[in-house]
Design a protein around this ligand. Sequence first.
Ligand SMILES: Nc1ncnc2c1ncn2[C@@H]1O[C@H](COP(=O)(O)OP(=O)(O)OP(=O)(O)O)[C@@H](O)[C@H]1O
Ligand SMILES: CCCC(=O)O
Length: 360
Amino acid sequence: MQESSFRILVINPGSTSTKIGVYDDDQLVMEETLRHSNEELARFSSISDQYSFRKGTILHSIEQGGVELASLNAVCGRGGLLRPISGGTYEVNDVMIEDLKNGYSGQHASNLGGIIANEIASFLDIPAFIVDPVVVDEMHPLARVSGFSLISRKSIFHALNQKAVARRFAKQTGKSYEELRLIVTHMGGGITVGAHRYGKVIDVNNGLHGDGPFSPERAGTVPSGELVELCYSGTYFRKEVMTKLVGQGGLVGYLGTNDAVTVEKRIQNGDKEAEHIYEAMAYQVAKEIGSAAAVLEGQVDGIILTGGLAYGKQYVEMIASRVGWIADVIVYPGEDELQALAEGALRVLTGEENAKTYPA
Ligand SMILES: Nc1ncnc2c1ncn2[C@@H]1O[C@H](COP(=O)(O)OP(=O)(O)OP(=O)(O)O)[C@@H](O)[C@H]1O
Ligand SMILES: CCCC(=O)O
């Protein structure tokens, strides 16, 4: 049996769970989803305060899984709301840790990925990395112009999974990611549609802060004049409006659930409102894909649909029927962010790529 060259621990913290994996090169050795109850997390006043609790659960799980800490060669975490940076694998450094702790571009569970990876790696004296954080910013200058001079458009999206599936598609077609023009649509709790041109995401909706299609939990773009009126109506506190846009927006706001499987069941049982809203979500995604096709000047090698919603056959069909004329639609349901983290670290460990230095 061939000896493994590199053993990598990967860490993907989400709002209610921490997913971890141990890889020998790109082969999964152990995987676990550590769920955190509301009560457990309510003890902490900020996301960054959760790091030692989450680190403890990770170390416990690794031990239970029979993996020797000393056998690790690197630790790789999902990167968070850092300064805008180009895609790739970054070695964790002090500036990055400061930015993650302070939430340079905001608070997000993925901020903990780099912090915990660094803690574990420092103890073992091995390298710590992050790969394709949500702030990957490769936007074309034209894409930054919002039309309102006080606000620039920002790139905040599912960079890790979007780039991973784009690379997977490239491999399957015998091409390199850098040769292709792709539209990648990640559809999870948030939805982001990226125009990938030759390995760079030159335009994408800001999936976190109100831009693009509505999603299971987020409102996406809403008419700005009416939003301003609502904010100044005296009816809502700032926090309430923010929650209605992100967290309680989209499907939750209309139908009271963020679960597309429940929505599909309701449709099967004859719920016309659920059918209408679900179709509207597909319609908005298709419209965003149409915009990305214009960004790519109609030269599109494939439209990739990914994320949890891509499991929904009816939902995928509603999108494909509107955009299939642009290019072939490829469906990679779910996400494989742990694998993407391992592969990102491995590209550096094997010398295929150099680690980038944050915040260059
Ligand atoms: N088999 C399925 N059919 C239809 N929808 C599904 C299916 N499985 C999951 N989903 C839906 O996918 C959505 C969640 O997707 P996902 O798990 O990718 O989101 P997340 O990881 O919580 O958020 P994000 O991807 O934005 O980080 C939910 O609305 C869920 O109901
Ligand atoms: C859009 C950034 C990732 C997320 O949905 O939280």
